[in-house]
Each structure stands twice: as C-alpha cells, then as structure tokens.
Write a protein that binds this ligand. Structure first.
Ligand code: NAP
Ligand code: ZN
Ligand code: ZN
Length: 346
C-alpha cells in the first residue's frame, strides 16, 4: 500500500517527507487512516541513535490513533469506521509464557516494535506512525472510546500505558504516596492516573514554570529539584516513585526518599547506566524495578479507564513541517505535554 510519512534518512538527520510501501491487507489485518501520531521521546532517542545502531530511513511514531478503513477476510475484532489505536509493538511470538499472559511487551523472543526493526519475517522494515496510513494485525490493535478527543488519545498508546501499567502493578490506591519524576509526556500521564486512582501525588520537576499545570492535572505537591533543601524533608516518605526522566541523573536521592519496602520504578531510558549506592538500597529494604509499556489487554483496560474517567493527554497539535522544531523543544523539556502530529498534514 502506498504510504507517505516523515522519515529521518540517516542518524540525527532532520525528518522530511518520505514515500514508501506498506504490506497489502492480509487476512487478519486491518488498515487505518491515521488521524494523529504522538511524538515520544523514544522516537528522538532512536533517530539520534542514543540507544545504539538503528535502521534508516526511519519513520518513527508509536502513538497512533485513527479510523479503520478496511478489514481482512478473517477480521472479527474491528469493523470499518471503528476508532483504533496502535502502540509500541505490532507483533510478538504469541506462544511464549509472556505472550500467553497478554504481556506481549515482554515476549521472550522480543516484541516486534512499530518501527526501527524488522517484522517477524526477518526482512520487511517496519515503518511507524508519522504517516498517513497503517496496516496492523487485528490482535495488536486496540479500541478507542468514542467520548475522548482523538488527538488527546494518541499519546495514551505509549505515554499512557507506560505509566498506567506500573501504577497498577504496584497497587496505586488511596493512602499511597507516589512521586513522579519529570513532567513530560509520560510524567503528566502518571500524575493524571495516580490522582484518578486516589493516591497522593508529588511531582519532581526541574522546570519551575510547570508547577501550576502539575497541580491542575491532579498533583498534590510540586517539588523543584534544583533546590536540594526541598528534597531533604521528604526523606523516607514515599511508597512508590516513578522515574520518567529522559536524561541521566542521580537516583540515589530518590531512593533515600522511599519508605520501608518502597519501590523506585525505572521508566525513562537515557541510554547510560545508573550509579546506585548500596546504602540507599539496604536502608529500608528498598527496591529498584523497571517497567516497559504494557500488553494488549492492559492497553485496552487503560483506554477503557480513560473513557470512564475522561482522561486524555494534554497535547499541542502540530503540522508535519513543525516536527523538527518539536523535537528540539521536547529535548529542551519545553513540551506541554505531548506534541501530536495532525496526520492530514503529512
Ligand atoms: P519528555 O516528554 O521529553 O519528558 C521527559 C521529562 O524529563 C522532561 O519533560 C523533564 O521534566 C525531565 N527532564 C528532561 N531532561 C532533564 C534533565 N536534564 N534533568 C532533569 N530532568 C529532565 O519524554 P517522554 O516522552 O515522557 O519520555 C521519557 C523517557 O521515558 C524517555 O527516556 C523515553 O525514551 C522513555 N520511555 C520509556 C518507556 C518505557 O516503556 N519504559 C516508554 C516510553 C518512553 P521536567 O521539566 O518536569 O523536569
Ligand atoms: Zn513511546
Ligand atoms: Zn512471545
């Protein structure tokens, strides 16, 4: 299928218009017209090869919201005209223990990413969502509730599920004190979800101007991390801290803020190792854990939760010619709070 997208032709190159082919509609596939595609910091990390060698030309994008335009002969999950979402992976082995539990993101042979990878045939390059159309196996797409703004839904397919999943895993509920490090695309979804789940939420940010937005989103407290004296009184007060920061930083001070048996969840992927003080872990039997996006059943659960609680991402809708500026602004922490590309401008 003839497609148009935005691609980096080589590492760190500015994105520009790119024509390519997607596979024809298979028996189990649906095709969609993309309405909006979110810009995740992971797109920038990969275009800039901050996680290692990547595949070019690269059409990034794994926060895809659109409308079904055609269905394959065996498709039962979707009908033409349905709202549909695609996230960070488009396939997996389907047979390993993780896949059988609906945790396709932890597939033992590796999930097939939405871009910057080869499809499971080992030869077709996967192109992502900064594009006008998409083709996906029905099992790897989700339904979007009709009561939500489609632009605000697109970032839920990565930023949303990536914060929803650890909050569920570590049991966010009333009475829990939860910290969210970094108020960017992921972090702002963490604030909205943790608040909706009834927890007391503290945002740790290095951007003073984000305070009023954080409180509007549902945070109970805002801590400016540039001021170390603001952190000291918080020593041993948190049950759970979610680190969404895209840059390298000292996590020991955050470990020290956890209560007995508290957990720091690593979500940001700066591409450099963390240095951990043994004492910060031992003292309080604290834990460091990781969490990566969420599986298909949990993505659907998250979208249904958003439909019920009227939760969407705060977005700045941009046209295709703004994407390179949007990358610079995201890296400068100047995003309120997710850039979303209007796919009709591609
Ligand atoms: P983003 O929108 O750019 O937000 C990152 C936030 O981190 C910024 O807004 C900023 O918040 C803070 N930050 C940035 N540079 C900083 C610095 N030098 N010092 C301190 N704080 C800084 O990025 P995102 O799209 O939310 O993604 C965040 C990270 O998660 C990325 O590394 C991304 O690759 C990763 N990620 C992981 C998963 C997963 O499954 N685990 C999924 C998607 C993305 P403040 O201005 O509030 O300080
Ligand atoms: Zn992402
Ligand atoms: Zn698997």
């Amino acid at each position: 299928m003839k497609s148009r997208g935005l691609a980096a032709l080589e590492a760190s190159a500015p994105l520009k218009s790119f024509d390519f082919n997607r596979r024809e509609l298979g028996e189990h596939d649906v095709s969609l017209d993309i309405a909006y595609s979110g810009i995740c910091h992971s797109d920038i990390h990969q275009v800039r090869q901050e996680w290692g060698p990547a595949i070019f030309p690269m059409v990034p994008g794994h926060e895809i919201a659109g409308t079904v335009t055609a269905i394959g002969s065996s498709v039962t999950k979707f009908a033409v005209g349905d709202l549909i979402g695609v996230g960070v992976f488009i396939d997996s082995c389907r047979t390993c223990a993780s896949c059988k539990q609906g945790l396709q993101q932890y597939c033992e042979s590796g999930m097939t990413g939405t871009y910057n990878t080869l499809e499971r045939d080992g030869k077709t390059v996967a192109y992502g969502g900064y594009s006008n159309i998409f083709v996906i196996n029905q099992d790897y797409a989700v339904h979007i509730p009709a009561n939500l703004s489609l632009a605000g839904v697109a970032p839920l397919l990565c930023a949303g599920i990536t914060l929803y999943s650890p909050l569920k895993k570590w049991g966010a509920k009333p009475g829990m004190k939860i910290g969210v490090m970094g108020l960017g695309g992921l972090g702002h979804m963490g604030v909205k979800f943790a608040h909706a789940m009834g927890a007391e939420v503290t945002v740790f940010s290095h951007s003073a101007e984000k305070e009023s937005d954080a409180l509007t989103m549902g945070a109970d407290h805002f801590v400016l991390t540039k001021d170390p004296s603001a952190l000291k009184p918080l020593y041993k007060t948190f049950d759970l801290i979610l680190n969404t920061v895209s840059a390298d930083l000292d996590i020991n001070i955050y470990l020290d803020m956890l209560k007995l048996d508290g957990t720091l969840v690593v979500i940001g992927l700066p591409g450099v190792p963390y240095g951990v003080n043994a004492g910060s872990l031992l003292n309080g039997r604290r834990r460091i854990a990781g969490s990566m996006i969420g599986g298909i059943p949990e993505m659907q659960e998250m979208l249904d939760f958003c439909g019920k609680h009227s939760i969407v991402s705060d977005v700045e809708i941009i046209s295709a010619d703004y994407v390179n500026t949007a990358y610079e602004r995201t890296v400068a922490s100047d995003v309120k709070y997710r850039f979303v590309i209007d796919a009709t401008t591609i």
